[in-house]
Design a protein around this ligand. Sequence first.
Ligand code: NAD
Length: 276
Amino acid sequence: MDKFSDQVAVITGGANGIGKTLAQALSKAGARVVIGDVNDELGEGLCSEIRAAGGKARYRHTDVSDSRSVSALVTEALSDEGRIDFMFNNAGIAIAADSRDLSLDHWRKVTDVNYWGVVYGSKFAFDVMAEQGHGHIVNIASLAGLIPFPTNLPYSATKHAVVGLSMSLRAEGADLGVKVSVVCPGFIDSNIFQASEMVNIPRTDVVESIPFKLVETEVAAANILNGVARNKAIIVFPTYAKIFWWLYRFQHSLTNSFALKTIRDMRKMRGKVPPN
Ligand code: NAD
């Protein structure tokens, strides 16, 4: 994709899953990637792989829940590379549970990464890009940011916030040369189902209960970059995600049965394991 050739792309949560595949696809397309993650071993390893294949990649330890850490990622990328063309605010976590089993600490943990992490990345990148007069912020939300996702309340709430933040910032950026897109995919075959905390429910049962075929991360990255290249505002895939989103906007009660099935299925598993 010519669009990304010699472009500087910063990716949070780029050591694994969707972020990793985005970093690989971008570097194959000729971009210089700067990866920020908490998993230094995977992040450094990925950068070495990209460089060994002839690409350009840097890694910096970054915890997106810490504003100073995200600020340092953006500042260092700017001083090393001279500009920032793309900022992928991708790092995210989930905690699956019946909401009665969630503590306020669970809520804060998800909010710190999924909401504040995107606020920090958007704010620092937007300031740089407005000054440059160009740039594209890509925030990875979820289908759970467009429709209800019972069993994952903090996740769904933070992803809805990311959609609102992104669409509002897109309007603010228009006259400043800064583009903003938000990505809202269905289920992707990443590490998130192993990394996620599951409270009072067994992980294997939760993973087996996912009602859709998982999209491969390579396919997800291709969909995301295709949407970004076309400057789409909201990038939604696969097809079932588009259908759910359309049904919810057309008549939200049409998606009630799916929401009810999701929580009823989960309640059958509730209490089968001690809290983890
Ligand atoms: P993943 O668990 O495979 O990868 C997440 C990456 O983020 C990991 O490298 C992890 O180390 C990193 N990370 C976690 N906490 C961090 C922090 N505080 N600071 C910096 N990095 C951190 O998950 P994924 O599925 O690739 O998730 C990427 C994004 O895609 C997330 O925002 C997620 O919510 C979103 N998403 C995932 C799916 C899905 O089904 N997998 C669907 C829709 C949206």
